[in-house]
Design a binder for this molecule. Structure first.
Ligand SMILES: Nc1ncnc2c1ncn2[C@@H]1O[C@H](COP(=O)(O)OP(=O)(O)OP(=O)(O)O)[C@@H](O)[C@H]1O
Length: 239
């Protein structure tokens, strides 16, 4: 059996005294896209933040290429090869599109030349960003801003990309545009974890799917093999 690029082991976590996650076991193989679905408050964002070093976890709860990395600060995670597109995008107003794209690599003291993703390649992936590259970020639509957030993460040349609800608040046409680039991203060598509220979208875009309910994984399997009934039961906690 090959070592997963990313795995979590009985991962627990939360906020101070409040426990939100209760022993999450999950793995992501090289070249895979997996999705994590679940109702509001199930713990999906908390889980991504725990992987990415934004919430405290024990070292062995997160392994990257087999090595314990749990609790490593986010900027060091980026250098190791994990990037995150956070919920709500978290872009910097008052900065241009291009400045926003560069901010994470500058912060992690990385260079664009370290991997497959250069600004030019990202402008091929999202041509509208080339046109708008010198504009302040606040002039862009929500979908275009999401493209910047994805580009910012990719410029760090991640082996693993964590995406937290990248479709949230966007029109269906824009969501399709953004999801259409995911195969190209994974073909370039980046494995992807998608947190997604839209179950159909999650199934279509991923090889495997995990469902989370109240801080626990209630279902895992190949996206196209899991029935809608099984997903509904796992999602809502029906017996
Ligand atoms: N900063 C915080 N402080 C305390 N509790 C929090 C905080 N953020 C989230 N929680 C709680 O942790 C639990 C999991 O929340 P989380 O945001 O991870 O869920 P989610 O599945 O990502 O939901 P959503 O789809 O609404 O983003 C919820 O009970 C939530 O109220």
């Amino acid at each position: 059996m090959t070592t997963p690029i990313l795995s979590t082991h009985a991962l627990t976590g939360g906020y101070g005294d409040f426990q939100a996650l209760f022993g999450i076991d999950l793995h992501l193989d090289k070249g895979e896209v997996i999705s994590l679905i679940g109702a509001n408050g199930a713990g999906k964002s908390t889980f991504l933040k725990s992987i990415f070093g934004l919430l405290p976890v024990a070292p062995d709860m997160v392994r990257f290429e087999g090595t314990p990395v749990g609790g490593t600060p986010a900027h060091q995670m980026v250098r190791k090869g994990i990037s995150m597109v956070p919920e709500g995008r978290r872009l910097f107003t008052g900065m241009t599109v291009e400045e926003n794209m560069r901010v994470a690599i500058d912060n992690a003291r990385m260079s664009e030349a370290e991997g497959p993703w250069s600004r030019d390649r990202l402008f091929q992936l999202f041509p509208i960003l080339k046109e708008k590259r010198r504009q302040p970020i606040e002039n862009l639509s929500g979908g275009q801003q999401q493209m910047v957030a994805i580009s910012r993460a990719l410029l760090c040349q991640p082996k693993v990309l964590l995406c937290d609800e990248i479709s949230l608040g966007l029109a269906p046409k824009v969501i399709r545009e953004i999801y259409a680039v995911l195969p190209e991203i994974s073909a370039a060598g980046t494995s992807i974890v998608l947190v997604e509220q839209d179950v159909s979208l999650a199934r279509e875009a991923s090889h495997r799917l995990y469902c989370m309910l109240e801080g626990r994984i209630t279902l895992a399997g190949a996206s196209h093999d899991i029935s809608r009934e099984a997903i509904a039961a796992a999602y809502f906690g029906a017996a």
